[in-house]
Write a protein that binds this ligand. Sequence first.
Ligand code: SF4
Length: 224
Amino acid sequence: MDEATRLQYLQAMGIDVWVPRHQADSEPMAIEAHETTHTDSQQAWTDLQQQVSQCHSCDLCQTRTQTVFGVGNRHANWLLIGEAPGQNEDLQGEPFVGKAGQLLNEMLRAIGLDREQVYIANMLKCRPPNNRDPQADEVAACNGFLQQQIALLQPKIILAVGRIAAQNLLKTQQPLSRLRGTQHQLDGIPLVVVHHPAYLLRSLTEKAKAWEDLQFALSIYQTV
Ligand code: SF4
């Protein structure tokens, strides 16, 4: 694939393409402003990650191996939000690893996205013991970090991955079956609910629904 086609392809998928300075000599001021903003934003991400790593705002700090901040492209248009780290995530310090993570990667690839092109975070940055559901006070304590991640990223679409993430983000008790297939909003950003890959691993017959969820998300993304 030649470079022009590759750039067109990446831009069509909404992926930021960084242009070397010498290619944009006609707009030096614009590029410098962009670089300053980029540096500020990098610093803000670093500061936030450090705050999370030192956080003791809820009891989960006592049982975690480490915090799991989030991973991915900090200029991504797609933000995936899961519930909380599980055992593998707690050990490795990265969200959605192990078998569920691999299936998530496959799900993303099905709609033309690599894991490196999206940003992936959890509502909670520390693992609840024995993978129990997050408690309301823990979600409340950690929510500020997620809000800051959303503000820094400014995604064009958010995927709430799984029932727990969806119900907490949308502040509802409605079942997943009622939440999926509808465009929601989170702070003005379109939000689509998708099945959690761990659930799909347990009931492979649901994979078709996951495909529907992703197609629906892609159709929303293409309108924003
Ligand atoms: S879950 Fe969030 S609020 Fe609780 S200790 Fe970890 S980072 Fe802090």
